[in-house]
Design a protein around this ligand. Structure first.
Ligand SMILES: Cc1ncc(C[n+]2csc(CCOP(=O)(O)OP(=O)(O)O)c2C)c(N)n1
Ligand SMILES: [Mg+2]
Length: 323
C-alpha cells in the first residue's frame, strides 16, 4: 500500500466516524426518522473493503453509510437521504438502510437480513454470463448466515463457480443475540467451507482488510469461483439507535474499543509513512468540514413532493390501482 492510499483510507475512516457522530446527533434532534444503524468502530472494515474492491458491483447490509461514502457517493447526498430529502441519493425514498447508486455500482443497503445475498448471486451470474470480469462483492452480518437464503446462495454460487466475494462482517451479535446462541461456532466461515475457499481477517485492522479483499477479488476474477472472507469486528454502538446495547458488559466494550481501527491506522501513518501530527490534524479538519457541509446541505434540501409517494410503487399502466 502506498502513502497516498494509506492517507485516503485514514481520511475516509475519519470522515465515516464524524459522519456517523453527526447522524447520531441529528437523529436525536429529530431530523432523521426511521431506523439508523451506526458503523462506529467498524470503519476500518467498511472503508478498506470498498477501497480494495475498486471495480465490480457491491451489495451491502443496512449498516452502510460509511461504505457508500467510501465507494465515492457524495456525503451530502447520503446525509440528505438520511434526512429523507429529495436530494438524497435515493431521492428520500429509501432512508438510511437503502442507499442506492448504480453509477457507483452500489446496490444498497437492504433492510431484509440476508436479502442482498441472493441478489448478489443473480448479479454475479449475469456478469459471468456477459463475460464481464470485475466480480461482485456482497457484505452481510454474522446474523445473516443463519438464514436459508445464505445457504442457497453458497450452493448456487459454488455450483456455478460465480465471481462472487461473500464478505461477512462478524461483530459477534445479531442485534442483541450473541452469535454462539444461534450458531454452534463463533466463526461463520465454517458454514461456507464445504462450498468454497474461506479466509479470515482482523476486521479492526484496515491494512489487513485491504490486503485480504484484494487477494479475494483477484481470486474471483481469475475464475477461481466464489470466496468467503470473514472479518472479525466490533461495533461500539447498539444494533440501531433504538438499542441501548445492554447485553454487553462495560468490560467487553472496553476490550473492543482498545482495538480502535482509526487509532491503529493513525499509528501506521505515523510510523510507516512518517506523517506528522499536524498532517493528520489537517486530514481530520478536512473531514469535519465535509461533514458540516453535508449537514447544512441536508438541512436546506427540499422535502420530496407529495406525488413521489406513489412513484415506482404501483404499475403505471394498470388501471384503478391508485384512485
Ligand atoms: C429477514 C429478516 N429477519 C429478521 C429481521 C430483523 N433483524 C434486523 S437486523 C437483525 C440481525 C442481523 O444480524 P447482524 O447483521 O449480525 O446484526 P448486527 O451486527 O447489525 O446487529 C435481525 C434479526 C430482518 N430485518 N429481516
Ligand atoms: Mg452482527
Amino acid at each position: 500500500m502506498n502513502k497516498l492510499l494509506a492517507e485516503e483510507i485514514y481520511y475516509d475512516m475519519v470522515l465515516g466516524r464524524l459522519f456517523e457522530l453527526a447522524a447520531k446527533e441529528h437523529y436525536m434532534a429529530g431530523d432523521i426518522a426511521g431506523f439508523l444503524h451506526l458503523d462506529i468502530g467498524q470503519e476500518g472494515f467498511s472503508v478498506a473493503a470498498m477501497k480494495a474492491f475498486e471495480k465490480g458491483d457491491v451489495f451491502t447490509t443496512y449498516r452502510e453509510h460509511v461504505m457508500a461514502i467510501s465507494r465515492g457517493i457524495d456525503p451530502q447526498a447520503v446525509m440528505a437521504e438520511l434526512f429523507g430529502k429529495a436530494s438524497g441519493i435515493s431521492r428520500g425514498r429509501g432512508g438510511s438502510m437503502h442507499l442506492f447508486d448504480p453509477s457507483h455500482f452500489f446496490y444498497g443497503g437492504d433492510a431484509i437480513v440476508g436479502g442482498q445475498i441472493p441478489n448478489a448471486v443473480g448479479c454475479a451470474y449475469a456478469r459471468k454470463f456477459l463475460g464481464q470480469e470485475d466480480g461482485v462483492m456482497v457484505v452481510f452480518g454474522d446474523g445473516a448466515t443463519s438464514g436459508g437464503a445464505f445457504f442457497e446462495s453458497l450452493n448456487n454460487a459454488s455450483t456455478k463457480k460465480l465471481p462472487l466475494l461473500f464478505l461477512c462482517e462478524n461483530n459477534g451479535y445479531a442485534i442483541g443475540t450473541k452469535i454462539t446462541r444461534v450458531a454452534p461456532f463463533e466463526k461463520q466461515a465454517k458454514k461456507a467451507e464445504p462450498y468454497m475457499l474461506t479466509m479470515e481477517v482482523d476486521g479492526m485492522d484496515a491494512v489487513a482488510v485491504y490486503k485480504a479483499v484484494k487477494e479475494a477479488q483477484h481470486l474471483i476474477q481469475d475464475g477461481h469461483g466464489p470466496v468467503f472472507l470473514e472479518a472479525m469486528t466490533c461495533r461500539y454502538e447498539g444494533h440501531s439507535m433504538s438499542d441501548p446495547g445492554n447485553y454487553r458488559s462495560k468490560e467487553e466494550l472496553e476490550i473492543c474499543k482498545a482495538k480502535d481501527p482509526i487509532e491503529r491506522m493513525e499509528k501506521v501513518l505515523h510510523e510507516t509513512y512518517l506523517l506528522s501530527s499536524e498532517q493528520i490534524d489537517t486530514l481530520r479538519q478536512r473531514a469535519q468540514k465535509v461533514v458540516d457541509d453535508a449537514v447544512e446541505f441536508a438541512t436546506a434540501a427540499p422535502e420530496p413532493e407529495l406525488e413521489e409517494l406513489y412513484t415506482e410503487v404501483f404499475c403505471k399502466g394498470c388501471a384503478n390501482v391508485v384512485s
